[in-house]
Design a protein around this ligand. Sequence first.
Ligand code: GLV
Length: 309
Amino acid sequence: MRIVFHDLTVEPEPWLAELRRAFPQATVQSWQPGAPAADYALVWAPPQQLLDEQPQLKALFNIAAGVDALLKLKLPAAVPVFRLDDAGMAVQMAEYVCQAVIRFYRELDAVEADSRRGLWQQRAPRLRQDFAVGVMGLGVLGQRVLGALHAFGYPLRGWSRSARTLPGVQTFWGAAQWPDFLRGSRILVNLLPLTPETDKILDRRALMSLPVGGYLINVARGRHLVDEDLLAVLDSGHLAGALLDVFQQEPLPADHPFWHHPRITVTPHTSARTLRRESLAQIIGKIVALEAGALPQSLGGWVRTEVGY
Ligand code: GLV
């Protein structure tokens, strides 16, 4: 068996070593142009050349939850693609979003700023009922986030492309219910996949539909958001703040206005990190199952034609 690995954002050696431990008979290497035909590829944001040169793969593993970097490319017609399914990311996302929601609701930024100035200043408690949290995207991550938020008693809302019911969550779906969803979401959390339909979905119109004093938490992709529109809506006073973890260009350029905006907090794509051990355990489990004859679809794999590419 031959396995190739390509992720320029990580040190490859520990990944290769763990794959070699799992498959001692296999040849496991970092991908190079012209590499021999492999059975499996583990990739993050690969070049088109890798896909063009490896049309015989038995499976392509995306080392991330979001597959937008792959969907930009021409995928080989018959190669099943797998993305990470939670793999330790959902609990991190729940932690990150809960702390953000609590921070906004309890005005902890302002409290900390007071404390740095030596100011003892209590703030009037706000009404939890006024702080409905609306989560866009009800997949593995969205559901885990809503489950965690439930413990704090915020009114919960969710929006997805197709109808879903979730206990304790008021759900909305499709374009027709999008405006109603936004109108009642004091804190909006974006966890959507990036697709041609969701590109720039967070534009001025959407942001202005949120209640006055609303907040945005973007933990999905930078391209969901129209940057200038967010700046305008914050500067108009309509929105009270934003926490952004993802950006159109990463790292966020040093001169980007988001860095120094008083109502924006920037974090470096850190809400849910890919965890090597958990990710590899999932991928290795799938390779073992595929080698034993399991059908890719039964393991969550899909091929290009199924997503309309
Ligand atoms: C991170 O952004 C991921 O898609 O896993």
